[in-house]
Write a protein that binds this ligand. Structure first.
Ligand SMILES: *Cc1c(COP(=O)(O)O)cnc(C)c1O
Length: 398
């Protein structure tokens, strides 16, 4: 053991505030004692917002962290690991084939590339700026247009927007590479999921469904491949709590093999910058296993209980009203929207969010100019009590 005097002498040579943390480096388990984010001047927070990328979305379960740690300490061939992990994922999710991508957006790009190239690696080299001999259009519904469709355009194709089934049928031509569907917008478009698939099949055109944020419910992991979508994308680090930098591309065996022609380790491809290494691949698989084994009904009951606790605390303040709701498709979890009469509670939702962020502990919430919005599914258990108390305090002080 280091004598206290020696330790102090050591510390005296270390400039100012770093002293404490640098001193702690000497212990046998450095990660347990160093507060890396604090060393960088960053504050962590309770995530009462949800699976937002900017907030780093989710925390991995211990089994997934152990898998990361395991993979980081030994070599394995990247393609072999993708092959085996993909087979295991496909078996778990009852689909033909699967591969781990660098997130759902990466799955969209790689899947699109696979549809364009088929099993010809020379075509993969062409994407995105030499479309000779490749199809050049991807069709989607206008109401399904989101920023994430940039991931399709990365492959050098143009987006064609349609609104009705008749427009869709007449937009299909020999330039059409793929039909794309945004699952979260299922009830906003005029063409629903099953009809969309039926039209794609009729014209023999591959059809992709972006389900990035669409677990829970867990069944969605196999619902859409079974419905007939040729390719289905999920974020790994949202509801499944795998690495935020991972995702899943599920679907037809030939198309998954084709998509991988554009993925690392192959260098001369659109997907080379979307590398997933052994840690992410293994960790994604293990996070998926753990997610599938969860007691989903119990999770749901916990979230309802947590939301109710926050509802009780918020609505105890005079002038405050709450609405408990569950979004129909994406982020399908118990959620609370808190509104108030600003004549009685003299604070705006933006100011309330700021006060929660700046408090101790810091709490991140979402919502617009009209409300303060909270979900509890990305919190650590027990944090709901802190959130309930802080929300009440902030509204009472307002
Ligand atoms: C989050 C999201 C994505 C991107 O997912 P990543 O895993 O972060 O790449 C794509 N599409 C939709 C609809 C999303 O919600």
């Amino acid at each position: 053991m280091i004598k206290r005097r020696e330790l102090l002498r050591g510390l005296s040579t270390i400039p100012f505030i770093g002293a404490f943390t640098i001193g702690a480096k000497a212990t046998s388990n450095p990660s347990a004692s160093r507060n890396y984010f604090q060393e960088l001047g960053l504050r962590s927070y309770i995530n009462a917002a949800g699976t937002y990328t900017a907030l780093t979305a989710s925390l991995m379960p211990p089994e997934a962290r152990a898998a990361w740690n395991y993979a980081s300490q030994q070599y394995v061939k990247l393609d072999d690991l993708q092959d085996r992990a993909g087979e295991r994922i496909a078996e778990l999710l009852q689909c033909e084939a699967a591969t781990v991508t660098a997130g759902a957006a990466s799955a969209i790009t790689l899947g699109t590339a696979g549809v364009l190239t088929g099993l010809d690696p020379k075509k993969a080299v062409q994407i995105p700026n030499d479309m000779t001999g490749l199809k050049t259009e991807v069709i989607l519904q206008k109401s399904h247009r989101v920023g994430y469709d940039h991931a399709i355009r990365n492959c050098g194709v143009n987006i064609v927007e349609v609104e009705t089934a008749a427009e869709l049928e007449s937009a299909i031509s020999d330039k059409t590479a793929m039909l794309w569907f945004l699952n979260a917008a299922n009830f906003e478009g005029q063409i629903r999921d099953d009809e969309y698939v039926r039209i794609a099949k009729k014209h023999d055109i591959p059809c992709m469904n972006d389900c990035a944020a669409d677990v829970p419910p867990v069944e969605n992991l196999w619902k859409y491949t079974k419905m007939g979508f040729d390719l289905v994308c999920f974020s790994g680090g949202k509801g499944m709590r795998g690495p935020q930098s991972a995702g899943l591309l599920l679907g037809r065996k030939d198309l998954i093999a084709a998509a991988r022609l554009s993925a690392a380790p192959r260098g001369n491809t659109v997907g080379r910058g979307m590398k997933v290494n052994k840690e992410e691949i293994l960790c994604m698989l293990i996070a998926l296993e753990i997610y599938l084994e969860r007691d989903h009904a119990k999770d749901w009951a916990l979230w309802e209980h947590q939301i109710d606790l926050i509802h009780q605390a918020a609505s105890s303040v005079d002038g405050v009203e709450t609405e408990i709701h569950v979004p129909a498709v994406a982020n399908h979890v118990p959620s609370i929207r808190i509104r108030w009469d600003e004549a009685k509670v003299k604070i705006t939702p933006d100011e309330a969010r700021q006060a929660l962020r700046e408090g101790h502990p810091s709490i991140e919430t979402v919502g617009g100019a009209e409300s303060l919005d909270i979900t509890t599914w990305m919190m650590n258990e027990g944090e709901e009590r802190i959130v309930a108390r802080r929300v009440r305090e902030v509204l009472q002080q307002g």
